[in-house]
Design a protein around this ligand. Structure first.
Ligand SMILES: C[S@@+](CC[C@H](N)C(=O)[O-])C[C@H]1O[C@@H](n2cnc3c(N)ncnc32)[C@H](O)[C@@H]1O
Ligand code: SF4
Length: 362
């Protein structure tokens, strides 16, 4: 807690948006078993150059751009042009991909463009488990593509794109979590610098709540704990970063999407605080199916981005989080001064966030 209060003040940032997440595609070439967006995938749902051009004037007001959304970025033929435009605006840029379309030619282009990072979603260490989960993909092709990227970076003497690998951990008939320790070795051999072992946290499909590893009651399989420990040990030995998430939901003051500074623009130009609220509507929280209305504050075709950002209702949404953050600060200060921090209670998070696992560190 003290660390949090006394950490050096971050340098004031002159670009108002920290991260613009721009959904380059809501189309996909795969049908992953856990993907909540599969039913929305459609070959017409690509971010057009015209929509992108409405966002382009604001790129120089952002620090970073993530071109990932609910589909596969590499199904959008304009991806290299978009990366180029974002780099020209002085932002860091990257995207998550299933890697199937990352041919050596595409890798070469992304290296030349100095793209900052790429994240491969790859949820197994063996071909059998991989093919059961990432339906429509090829283990060998994707591994070959990641290896080729590593070789091309070495040839070009380039550190970028930095490589992350993301593993969605599941149990039940999609069980893959036991492969995490072996995955650390695999990711390391492929040149990954950072591994994220995620929970199945966006739950739309029946049965997915039971397939997740976390539990509201704080009970989880002993095997899960052992596997996490083995994975952490192996990651340490290899000197690779591993991010694991909570196994028990605990409400955070604000989620990692940090909607006070970041925003989400979907393939059609709709502006929302994050992907969850862009498509909200239907999901499962603590075993119950919940319906939450989408929060779309405007569309970049109709209004400038700053007009949308400054609308009263969008501002009120962010203010709720600003208030929560300041209450947390006041409580921490009170604790340091020997007072009773429990006197402070956080105001409720916005409605749609209360049933989003990102707010619970999951
Ligand atoms: C929806 S995908 C879109 C980008 C790209 N197609 C990919 O697979 O990386 C973004 C990330 O969400 C992860 N994901 C898919 N289904 C999920 C779920 N139900 N809960 C949490 N993450 C999920 C994917 O593994 C991927 O890392
Ligand atoms: S590749 Fe990504 S977007 Fe496509 S189905 Fe799989 S998780 Fe979903």
């Amino acid at each position: 807690m003290l660390k949090k209060i006394f950490q050096p003040k971050q340098k004031k940032f002159d670009r108002p948006y920290h991260l613009l997440q721009i959904e380059s595609s809501m189309n996909c070439n795969l049908e992953c078993v856990m993907c909540p967006w599969v039913d929305l995938h459609n070959s017409e749902k690509l971010l057009s150059w015209e929509t992108f051009s409405h966002i382009q004037p604001y790129l120089n007001q952002a620090k970073e751009v993530d071109l990932t959304g609910g589909g596969e970025p590499l199904t959008n033929p304009y991806i290299p042009e978009m990366v180029k435009a974002v780099k020209a605006a002085g932002c860091k840029v990257g995207f998550s991909t299933n890697g199937l379309h990352l041919t050596p030619d595409v890798s070469e282009t992304l290296i030349q463009l100095d793209m900052d990072w790429i994240s491969f979603s790859f949820d197994a260490a063996t071909p059998e488990t991989y093919h059961r989960i990432r339906q429509g993909s090829s283990y060998e092709t994707v591994i070959g593509n990641i290896r080729a990227l590593k070789a091309l970076k070495e040839e070009a003497g380039s550190q970028v794109p930095h490589v992350m690998m993301v593993f969605v951990m599941m149990s039940g008939e999609h069980k893959n979590f036991h492969e995490l320790p072996a995955y650390i070795d695999l990711a390391h051999s492929l040149g990954a610098e950072y591994i994220i072992a995620k929970n199945l946290d966006v739950i739309v499909k029946d049965g997915d709540f039971e397939r997740g590893l976390f539990s509201h009651a704080g009970t989880h399989l002993p095997e899960v704990v052992a596997v996490r420990q083995q994975a952490e040990k192996r990651a340490k030995e290899l000197g690779i970063s591993l991010r694991l998430y909570n196994l028990e939901p605990r409400q955070q003051t604000i989620c990692e999407q940090h909607p006070v500074h970041n925003l989400y623009i979907n393939y059609a130009g709709n502006v929302s605080p994050c992907i969850t609220l862009s498509y909200a509507d239907n999901r499962v929280f603590n075993g119950e199916r919940v319906h939450v209305p989408c929060l779309v504050y405007g569309n970049v075709h109709d209004e400038p981005l700053e007009t949308i950002w400054n609308k009263a209702d969008y501002d009120a949404f962010r203010k709720l989080y600003e208030r929560r953050l300041s209450v947390e600060q006041e409580a921490m200060l009170q604790a340091i001064l020997g007072g009773d921090e429990s006197e402070y209670s956080l105001p409720d998070a916005p409605e749609g966030c209360r049933t989003c696992y990102y707010l619970y560190g999951i």
